[in-house]
Write a protein that binds this ligand. Sequence first.
Ligand code: HEC
Length: 158
Amino acid sequence: MPTPTHDPEHFEPRWLERSLDRYYTWGLVFMVILIAAFPLYKLREPDLRAEAKTARQQEYVATGSTQFATNCASCHGENGTGGTAPTLNSSQFLTQTTDEQMSLIVAGGISGSDMSAWGIDYGGALTDQQILQIVTYIRSLEADAPSIPDWRRGAKAP
Ligand code: HEC
């Protein structure tokens, strides 16, 4: 007669029942953990997204500032403070102009003026992302922008 490979005691119904109960209990515990973890993650998600957005915003402002100094400051003045072209660092300009308007003007230019088209689609050198970075930079000036009613003529802050 062959010797049994398993301890026969383990096949007793009561042992099996207790073993199954243990699996059910742990299964339930993990399910509860998962169910609880999901809303907790969802709760934190807007924070994570806001942080990512702020970080991107700061990065765009920095890159846009460099782009502005290279491409735009010769006419619009250092940091948009005015010159031969409109003063962009002006509360009047910034409250009256949306980001979309700025992007369109920068991309397509203003015909019959020195403001040429900068967007690649219009024969310029800047990608949509670079224009977005420049516009994000110009928008970042709004919080401290001085009042310059004569901004269209490139007036300096008093
Ligand atoms: C060669 C000079 C020159 C350069 C370089 C230049 N601009 Fe201009 N820009 C102008 C002039 C001039 C105007 C005004 C045109 C008009 O209204 O007839 C203007 C207008 C604008 C306006 C619209 C302002 C308004 O009147 O509402 C924006 C925005 C602008 N430029 C952004 C830029 C940005 C961003 C860059 C760099 C990528 C740039 N410009 C480079 C000359 C220039």
